[in-house]
Write a protein that binds this ligand. Structure first.
Ligand SMILES: Nc1ncnc2c1ncn2[C@@H]1O[C@H](COP(=O)(O)OP(=O)(O)OP(=O)(O)O)[C@@H](O)[C@H]1O
Ligand SMILES: [Mg+2]
Length: 478
């Protein structure tokens, strides 16, 4: 007899704490299963629905093995379905495995659609059932961790500023925002295009006591040089052709608030000198004016270029950098944020499905593989745009890799270096394909809560094939 062992990442002691309820009116089956499982798990057994529901209420077992035909209607599925429904009502997270007769496939499918985790034909083979139970416990634990993670995101992330991020680097960014927001110190935000610099600038404003006043953003790279000085500092009536009235500049608009100078490295050198003076003295003169106007504006500057290189090359004044960059917040590129890619993807999936009133609920395995392996040169902006487009275009419940703009499956997932057999890393095309195969199985199993049948269906393979693949990739041990 083949024996299978599934890694559920539990120590034997932890496994013993996991509770399993076996419900079957056939005492032989019940006792056999209890006997076979009791040295690994804490097992309870019940012979009918009311006893089962009592035990379920009292012990809240992680897994239930439930016979469909229970007394007093052993020959119909009525009691089994009632029991299933009530248990899921009490705890939707419990994993219920239905024991069914060979000719009861339609009932088994009905049970799955009601929320059962899986079904298994009678008479049960203990070793195979152990694999399913162990996988169910593994998944229940992952789901529990996921719920805890979701709760912690709500508490610890920059969620209230519309920022998602769980990785250590982003946690550091959020902590720094909190630390420096209430000071008046100028902040410099560095990061590639689309990494969220403007969001951080707004977060700094929102988290400060200046948040009742204005947050004013100026893109120094988007305004013609001859207009920039007036844009920043304002101008007096008649100071140049077309200056029909005296106009306040952005600095004054942001008085007692925050001025965000985006693409600061684009500021022409002569304006860099003027900006430095304004920041040092806290007063400005409008273009064409002589009056010294006091301002109380907090500056936040940003750039997506290497500012140290710009300073070295003389394109950006060193003294100005010291002035505006008292504190530097570095935003990591998305490709260095690990699982944040998936968090952000789910966030935007939900946002856009609601916005466009679509029934898209999840990413397929191939889409998840693409999300994880794509290098994201355009960072969060690119991810947001790809998901927005995918939600609009998608006609099913799941977004596929192609919907995300990935046209070639599966090779496009891999950096060319990985597909190149002579690249010195020793990675072959076969290995790359295996890697993708494993990735797709793992992600789809997670998406389907470990439900082998659903996963096999979505991946387009039979259940035995999927078991074979799980074994091949070491996801279960033969
Ligand atoms: N951590 C995040 N969580 C959620 N959305 C984010 C996050 N970071 C960025 N975004 C979104 O990504 C898009 C780009 O962000 P933002 O404009 O702040 O980037 P940027 O660094 O200022 O880009 P650029 O250098 O091109 O000006 C925006 O739609 C923003 O809402
Ligand atoms: Mg920006």
């Amino acid at each position: 007899m083949t024996t299978y062992a599934v890694s559920d990442n539990l120590t034997p002691k932890e496994r013993l704490l996991e509770k399993i309820l076996i419900v079957d009116d056939n005492m032989v089956i019940c006792t056999q299963l209890k006997w076979g499982l009791a040295d690994e798990y804490t097992v309870f057994q019940a012979g009918d629905a009311s006893e089962a529901l009592e035990l379920f209420k009292e012990h809240n077992p992680r897994v239930v093995v439930l016979d469909l035909g229970l007394p007093p209607h052993e020959n119909t599925e009525v009691e089994g379905f009632r029991c299933l429904g009530e248990m899921l009502n009490m705890n939707p997270a419990s994993k219920i495995i239905m024991l069914t007769g060979n000719d009861e496939r339609h009932n088994a499918l009905k049970a799955i659609s009601m929320g059962a985790y899986d079904f298994y034909p009678k008479p049960p083979c203990l070793n195979e059932l152990k694999v399913i139970i162990s996988r169910a416990i593994h998944l229940a634990n992952i789901e529990e961790q996921n719920r805890q993670l979701q709760r912690s995101i709500e508490i610890t992330s920059g969620d209230s500023w519309g920022m998602i991020g769980q990785c250590a680097e982003m946690q550091k960014v959020f902590a720094n925002i909190k630390k420096v927001a209430s000071t008046n110190v100028p902040i410099f935000i560095a990061g590639e295009s689309g990494t969220g610099k403007e969001l951080v600038a707004r977060a700094l404003h929102d988290a400060s006591s200046r948040n009742k006043k204005e947050f004013v953003a100026v893109n120094c790279g988007a305004i013609p040089e001859n207009l920039l000085e007036s844009e920043l500092f304002g101008h007096e009536k008649g100071s140049f052709t077309g200056a029909h009235a005296t106009v306040q500049g952005k600095f004054q608009q942001a008085d007692k608030g925050t001025l965000f100078l985006d693409e600061i490295a684009e500021l022409p050198l002569n304006l860099q000198v003027k900006l430095l003076r304004v920041l040092q003295e806290g007063v400005l003169q409008r273009v064409g004016g002589r009056e010294n106007i006091s301002i109380d504006t907090r500056t936040v500057c940003a750039t997506n270029i290497d500012i140290n290189a710009a300073v070295k090359e003389g394109r950006f004044r060193e003294d100005l950098f010291y002035r505006v960059g008292v504190i530097v917040i570095n935003l990591p590129p998305l490709r260095e944020r690990g699982d944040d890619v998936i968090l952000l993807s789910n966030f935007y999936l939900k946002l856009f499905s609601e916005e466009y009133n679509k029934r898209v609920r999840r990413f397929s395995g191939s889409a998840l593989a693409f999300l994880k392996l794509h290098p994201w040169p355009g960072n969060v902006r690119e991810l947001r745009n790809r998901i927005q487009r995918a939600v609009i275009m998608c006609e099913s419940r799941a977004i596929e890799a192609v919907d995300l703009g990935c046209e070639q499956l599966p090779l496009e997932f891999f950096p060319t270096s990985e597909l190149n057999m002579n690249n010195g890393t020793g990675t072959t095309l076969r290995e790359a394909k295996d890697q993708l195969e494993r990735e797709m199985i793992v992600t789809e199993m997670e998406q389907q809560d470990g439900n082998i049948m659903k996963t096999a269906e979505i991946l387009g393979v039979s259940r035995p094939t999927l078991y074979g693949l799980l074994k091949k990739h070491g996801l279960i041990n033969a």
